[in-house]
Design a protein around this ligand. Structure first.
Ligand code: G3P
Ligand code: CA
Length: 244
């Protein structure tokens, strides 16, 4: 699998409400080849693209996602909090997002987001099954902070590209990698240690950093060989940092 240097985080979330169809379209319009989206499921089992445990921050409603049904979330406006230009945007179902990513011929890093009350096996099962029905193997990378969710994803698809998602990469990352056979390790760049970067790449895995919106402060990590970044706006990066 060939990943670009820049992956649009939650879609092009600097310019459109995060994790919406509008943010996916904006990323494509800006020329992004890959995006990252968060998936979780509602109380009725419907998988949706959403980051938080509640709808409070990014909609005109309130409450926990796990207490809501598909009918409930369809009534929410998830665009106005960002700007009036996106008034009336609806929460994206996973199936809608997958169809759009496929139609736009982009790659997707789908993060299995295990908020409280969610079951790792159920989320991994439904998300991997649906994503693999729509996207080719080389356009799908499934990641999670939850290693149990990744174990279930691996058991469902032996060839699936997996990303181990950490805040600080732990010393025991290699035992997770041995078990899960990932493609990549994803790390909070503000907590990255050069020793871990070297170990991960020596094992043949890609090292991706999140969420990088300060190109100047990040610049030295390119010199250390980081493979790519999640950013809210790839347009922030000066051409001199781009791969030749
Ligand atoms: O996958 C990288 C990044 O998205 C993880 O953090 O909180 O933005 O989902 P968060
Ligand atoms: Ca995410």
């Amino acid at each position: 699998m060939q990943l670009p240097r820049y992956i649009a985080h939650r879609g092009l979330s600097e310019h459109a409400p995060e994790n919406t169809l509008a943010a996916i379209q904006a990323a494509a319009d800006a020329g992004c080849e890959w995006i990252e989206l968060d998936v979780q499921y509602l109380g009725d089992g419907t998988p949706v693209i959403w980051h938080d445990a509640t709808v409070d921050r990014c909609s005109d409603g309130r409450g926990a996602l796990i207490d809501m049904t598909r009918e409930d979330i369809r009534r929410l406006d998830v665009g106005s909090w960002f700007s009036d230009d996106f008034r009336g945007e609806r929460m994206a179902l996973l199936d809608e997002a997958l169809s759009l990513v496929s139609a736009l011929d982009m790659g997707l890093n789908l993060e299995l987001k295990l908020n409280p009350g969610h079951d790792a096996e159920m989320l991994a099962g439904v998300a991997v099954h649906r994503a693999r029905q729509v996207l080719p193997q080389d356009r799908l990378l499934v990641s999670s902070f939850d290693m149990t969710a990744l174990e279930h994803a691996r058991s469902r698809d032996d060839a699936l590209a997996l990303g181990l998602l950490y805040e600080a990469v732990p010393r025991c990352w290699a035992s997770d990698a041995e078990r899960l056979r990932p493609f990549s390790v994803h790390a909070d760049w503000t907590r990255l240690e050069q020793e871990r970067l070297i170990e991960v790449q020596a094992a043949g895995l890609a090292l991706l950093c999140y969420t990088v919106n300060d190109p100047e402060r990040f610049a030295s990590w390119w010199d250390h060989g980081v493979d790519g970044v999640f950013t809210d706006d790839p347009g922030l990066f000066d051409a001199r940092y781009q791969r030749q």
